[in-house]
Write a protein that binds this ligand. Structure first.
Ligand SMILES: Cc1cc2nc3c(=O)[nH]c(=O)nc-3n(C[C@H](O)[C@H](O)[C@H](O)COP(=O)(O)OP(=O)(O)OC[C@H]3O[C@@H](n4cnc5c(N)ncnc54)[C@H](O)[C@@H]3O)c2cc1C
Ligand code: SF4
Length: 373
């Protein structure tokens, strides 16, 4: 048995492990200091986490040491069977825990987060998606008062985000007539994890995260802005945090978060959290992170493929990364933009959820296969 496992691992590593040139690392990851694989030592912080709970572990450590007075995070509000991601400033461990997990539905940082940041009078850490970390970066340049109170910016890695309709439709697929949704979590638990929905009838439903993410990964209901974006890893942060999808981590009993530090300050915060025992973890080569994002990251970075294909759909996308484009990349771009387009029409929306799930899965496998070429 041990031998079979070893052979399986060797074959898997040989297939998945790529060589990344210094130039590729630089363009995909941007400037960085170090890379760590970590998880929150407190097991309670890992229960509701998207990955290893490291983001919450870091914020909790900073709050406890009074290095910050609050952290801008994104919680969930459920109303009329609708799941709304809401920015809030957490000032306690309980509030941090309540906001754990990834919210795969559009957030409006300029309208909702910036006013909160502006009004808050203490030292703040901010968790934001890469595009929102960039908005904050620009806002700080124009507002020295705001700049002074930001102690740390953590950006989540981001493949793309979805319009709220995808979550609405997912809820409708799970809800029985007459029931009202009372809570919703996109994913928690090991590896890809499970989605959870609770209803006022007392019924709790748990489904593999793929129940939602198969549609998301096919770019159905994608936010339009994501087709223009090439920042997968949060260039404007002190620390970037993401999942680790490299095959060897699948066998780890505890799920980890990848932390990429970009400033000396961010690196010191991660090191101190590890040495104080708030996080468990170790430094790892950056190639490990890239291996785990080997399909989505190059596609995300290559805006040129979407700029070329976008013309077919009358979309003006600026080829800001000026990458070379291969035929498989053009095909993936075509499918991504087409699927998004289909999900914007009422007939298309009906069609998407009428197609049997195994066919959706097969379609996703084809898309992932093309991404790997
Ligand atoms: C839309 C989206 C797309 C993502 N795409 C990828 C990807 O392609 N590859 C990858 O490796 N990782 C991706 N991630 C990041 C990943 O899902 C985890 O968030 C990350 O690994 C941190 O996990 P953790 O357990 O350490 O964080 P946790 O301890 O669970 O804490 C997460 C923190 O992020 C905050 N948060 C959640 N959603 C949002 C949001 N939308 N905007 C601002 N703050 C938020 C929470 O409030 C919480 O404070 C994505 C996350 C999101 C929200
Ligand atoms: S893909 Fe880019 S634009 Fe879209 S949500 Fe993520 S960081 Fe923002």
């Amino acid at each position: 048995m041990a031998l079979i496992m070893k052979v399986r691992k060797t074959i898997r590593d040989a297939i998945w492990t790529k060589r990344w040139s210094t130039e590729q690392v630089h363009k995909y990851v941007g400037n960085f200091r170090k890379c760590y694989f970590t998880y929150a030592t407190d097991s309670e912080l890992r229960e509701g986490a998207a990955s290893g709970g490291s983001v919450t572990g870091l914020l909790s450590h900073l709050l406890t040491n009074r290095a910050i007075d609050g952290a801008l995070v994104c919680a969930t509000d459920v109303k009329d069977n609708h799941v709304n991601p809401v920015f809030t400033i957490a000032t306690s461990l309980e509030e941090l825990k309540a906001a754990q997990g990834s919210k795969y539905s559009a957030v409006f940082f300029s309208q909702h987060a910036l006013p909160l940041i502006k009004q808050f009078s203490g030292r703040l850490a901010v968790v934001a998606l890469p595009c929102d970390a960039k908005i904050l970066h620009r806002y700080r340049q124009l507002n020295p008062g705001v700049d002074e109170k930001i102690a740390l910016v953590i950006s989540l890695f981001c493949g793309h985000n979805s319009r709220p309709e995808l979550t609405d439709q997912t809820v409708e697929e799970l809800r029985l007539p007459g029931e009202a949704l009372i809570s919703f979590r996109y994913r928690e638990g090991h590896w890809r994890g499970n989605l959870q929905a609770k209803f006022d009838s007392g019924r709790e439903v748990e489904k593999p995260f793929s129940f939602f993410s198969d549609y998301q990964n096919l770019y159905f209901y994608s936010q339009a802005k994501c087709h223009h974006c090439f920042d997968h890893v949060g260039y404007y942060a002190d620390i970037s945090a993401g999942d680790i999808w490299s095959p060897r981590m699948r066998d780890e009993p505890i799920k980890h978060t990848a932390l990429v530090t970009r400033s000396d300050h961010g690196d010191a915060i991660v090191r101190t959290a590890i040495s104080d025992g708030a996080l468990q973890g170790r430094e790892e080569p950056i190639a490990e992170v890239l291996d785990g994002q080997a399909r989505t990251l190059p596609f995300h970075y290559n805006v040129t493929s979407r700029a070329i294909v976008g013309r077919l759909f009358g979309m003006e996308i600026l080829a800001r990364t000026e990458e070379r484009v291969s035929l498989p990349e053009l095909l993936v771009a075509l499918l991504a933009l087409l699927n998004d387009r289909v999900s914007r029409s009422p007939i298309g929306q009906k069609l998407i959820f009428w197609i049997p799930r195994p066919l959706i899965r097969l379609y996703l496998l084809i898309l992932k296969g093309l991404e790997s070429l």
